[in-house]
Design a protein around this ligand. Structure first.
Ligand code: SF4
Length: 414
């Protein structure tokens, strides 16, 4: 039953995260204004280590898309993109980001005091997550008159073979050649290896942070993870991300030792499959807390916990990492991952988010919820919604469904 009085335990490292994010955006803004520095835009699991090694300040538009969602601006901005021919049912990150550029105002002004996203010198995408990022970046390539380059790895893989890795590695080599040719640069292989080492270390620490939620009670939830994952997405080739996750990990380990849960008196342990619903993150977090349900693990947050780099060819690690990610796998591999997560985190029930404008990061459309329910004998709920666009989300309906779901857990029903 709902317990509205249960108090949320704040994560102390959040203050440091805010400072880190501020420094990151101010540095990007300074890089864009400087004649000596260059800015590259990159997709979230794109080849950012190459860009760092070339010395580009790297910016990730998906983060801006999430910010537009969290600030509940998407419904005003998406029609601007629709007005120039972008289907309003396509990716709401893309549409709201394009709409934001057309409207000329960004929440980055309120949050960090900068006018908006840094002007790019180069855009680099990987379609390992979706083709939408290619169209998104090509819009900005045309608008800003800068190159939009990318790699197009093989999609929806079961087993990742040496041939797949070799193919993507060749794409990365070709990308490096194009950047060298267009900007008159030469890639320093030591710098690339250093960027990969830092990236892998940040990613490993992030994975360790998420793994602390195996404890009962879990010291952090998906709602915390959705916020604290920012450095591993935006700064993963940097020392700053490593320092941050060492601090956060230490705080989470202390919580585990002292038995402090993110949800006091945690009763149920939930898995979240799919994108966050950014405009309703706080309401959902509070709802789960009132139900004493801790969302202890998610596919989304784990998407940046890569296999470690153990030395050797950094491009091979990048190639393998870019195609091994969950979103790029076939249905059988995804299901095996979810089953493993359910067991490792001792999950009582699974929630799938059917994000209407992101079929790529939605896994409830081809029978997966039913297969998990039957295979694991676990309650499973599918929520309709979207990462940003509130046209597709009913708060009242969802909250009612969540209450019924937790009652199902209490009744031991499957
Ligand atoms: S994965 Fe989904 S949310 Fe992300 S860019 Fe692609 S379509 Fe948009």
């Amino acid at each position: 039953m709902p317990e509205a009085a249960v108090k949320r335990v704040e994560i102390k490292s959040a203050e440091r995260l805010r400072a880190l994010m501020r420094d990151y955006f101010l540095d990007l803004d300074a890089a864009a204004a400087s004649d000596e520095r260059r800015v590259a835009w990159c997709t979230s699991v794109g080849p950012c280590e190459i860009l760092s090694a070339f010395g580009f300040a790297t910016y990730f538009p998906e983060n801006h898309g999430a910010l537009l969602g969290a600030r509940r601006l998407s419904h005003e901005l998406i029609p601007r993109a629709a007005g120039i021919g972008y289907c309003p049912e396509s990716c709401s990150y893309m549409n709201s980001d394009i709409g934001c550029a057309l409207s000329g105002r960004s929440p980055l002004r309120d949050v960090y005091g900068i006018e908006g996203p840094p002007k790019p010198d180069l855009l680099v995408y990987s379609t390992n997550q979706c083709r939408e990022v290619q169209d998104w970046f090509e819009f900005f390539g045309r608008r800003e008159g800068v190159p939009s380059l990318g790699i197009r790895p093989p999609r929806h893989l079961g087993e990742v073979t040496p041939e797949h890795v070799a193919l993507v590695r060749r794409e990365l080599v070709d990308l490096i050649g194009q950047i060298e040719g267009r900007f008159g640069l030469v890639l320093d292989s030591d710098r690339l290896e250093e960027a990969v080492r830092l990236s892998s270390r940040a990613s490993a620490l992030w994975g360790e942070v998420l793994a602390t939620a195996r404890a009962r009670p879990a010291p952090l939830t998906f709602w915390d993870g959705a916020v604290h994952m920012a450095p591993v997405v935006l700064m993963r080739g940097s020392r700053a991300a490593i320092d941050y996750y060492e601090t956060l990990l230490s705080e989470m380990c202390q919580r585990v030792t002292s038995g402090a849960g993110a949800v006091p008196r945690e009763r149920w342990r939930i898995y979240w499959e799919g994108m966050p619903i950014w405009p309703r993150l706080r309401e959902l977090s509070e709802k789960f807390q009132s139900l004493r349900a801790s969302v202890v693990a998610s596919t989304y947050c784990n998407s940046w916990a890569f296999a470690p780099y153990a030395g050797g060819d950094p491009l091979e690690w990048m190639a393998r990492t870019s195609i091994e990610i969950f979103i790029n796998r076939d249905e059988v591999t995804k299901q095996a991952f979810l089953v493993d997560m359910v067991r490792r985190f001792e999950i009582d029930g699974v929630i799938f988010h059917n994000a209407r404008t992101c079929p790529n990061n939605t896994n409830s459309r081809f029978g997966m919820p039913q297969r998990l329910r039957e295979g694991l004998e676990l309650p499973v709920l599918v929520i309709d919604g979207d990462l940003s666009d509130l046209r597709f989300f009913s708060t009242a309906q969802t909250m009612t469904n969540l209450e019924a779901f937790v009652e199902q857990l209490e009744g031991g029903a499957r």
